[in-house]
Design a protein around this ligand. Structure first.
Ligand code: HEM
Ligand code: NFK
Length: 282
């Protein structure tokens, strides 16, 4: 018996004659993917590979979040709130991966990191296009953050475009207005290149929704998905800050900021202030 030999024989049907694009590595472009881990420390520091792969996997997950959020925004625009909620449930699971992933980088000690930090120059997370896109799509429109991307570059153009497009909250507020909820005109037609600011009338509308969930179910369910996404985002920011603290303490960042103190300030930002504040009023 093969199982006694601890050996699994191939079955006759298993394909061995595969063309380039239709095999595993070809379809997934693994040659390109695996050619992209290029440590630059010399002699190569063992832990630089961890640093690179941690960032690359985060970038891939963030790329997917951007993809999903764009679709969620489109769904709200075409009044498919149920599908948008389902997409946000997926975003939340991706965020969970991003959060859990910090545990891998947390095995990097300060002594190890300091042996290759100098090779990073002025590179920093400030220059992550995907991260900034996610922030903008969720409504944290800080136009100053795009200045780190050279004018005319593809990244800068992408971010300019996202900055000038409605966030998920903007399209949701418009949807509420279209459905007859009492949303002030000024809020519906606000300058969407600016961050959303707390609106008392919007909160009043949302309080109504939360007081009678059954009367407003799709909206209520969507709101709770937004709160989940916001909370997951904050958890990511917090764990990034704590990981940075344990690795570089209160050193300045390679991007030129004060480091941990600067990262801490982001914890005070909120995407959907009315959704958080209404809990106190209920
Ligand atoms: C040793 C690990 C890390 C350290 C010491 C670190 C440190 C920092 C610091 C100090 C900043 C502020 C900008 C600066 O002055 O440099 C920053 C920003 C940032 N980092 Fe990291 N980081 C680390 C890992 C990561 C990882 C794995 C990611 C995942 C992609 C990441 C994403 C970001 C992002 C997106 C920002 C901008 C945050 C914002 O605008 O609020 N960082 N990081
Ligand atoms: N800002 C980090 C460096 C850093 O983490 C980093 C460097 C290059 C590419 C991505 C990075 N990640 C996030 O900031 C530091 O100050 O050590």
């Amino acid at each position: 018996m093969s199982s006694e030999k601890n050996f699994r024989p191939l079955e006759a049907g298993i394909r061995l004659d595969l063309s380039e694009r239709k095999n595993y590595g070809g379809y997934l472009c693994l040659d390109t993917l695996f050619a992209a881990q290029k440590p630059i420390s010399d002699p190569e520091h063992h832990d630089e590979m961890l640093f690179i792969i941690q960032h690359q996997t985060s970038e891939l997950w963030m790329k997917l979040i951007v993809h999903e959020l764009n679709e969620a925004i489109r769904c709200v625009q075409i009044k498919r709130l149920g599908r948008a909620s389902k997409i946000l449930a997926r975003v939340k699971q991706i965020q969970k991966q991003l959060f859990e992933q910090w545990s891998v980088l947390e095995t990097l000690t300060p002594s190890e990191y300091m042996q290759f930090r100098h090779v990073l120059g002025n590179a920093s997370g400030f220059q992550s296009v995907h991260y900034r896109q996610v922030e903008f799509l969720l409504g944290n429109k800080n136009h100053k953050m795009i200045k780190v991307f050279p004018e005319g570059s593809a990244s800068r153009n992408t971010l300019e475009e996202v900055l000038s497009s409605p966030s998920i909250y903007d399209v949701f507020i418009r949807h509420l207005s279209d459905q007859g909820y009492a949303i002030p005109e000024a809020l519906v037609n606000r300058d969407i290149r600016q961050p959303h600011e707390f609106s008392e009338p919007l909160m009043d509308v949302l309080v109504e929704v939360y007081q009678q969930p059954d009367q407003h179910w799709p909206i209520y369910a969507f709101c709770e998905q937004l709160v989940d996404v916001e909370q997951s985002f904050q958890l990511w920011r917090f764990r990034h800050m704590k990981t940075v603290e344990r690795i570089i303490g209160f050193k300045q960042g390679t991007g030129g900021s004060s480091g941990v103190s600067f990262l801490k300030k982001a914890l005070e930002l909120t995407f959907f202030p009315e959704l958080l504040k209404l809990r106190t009023v209920l």
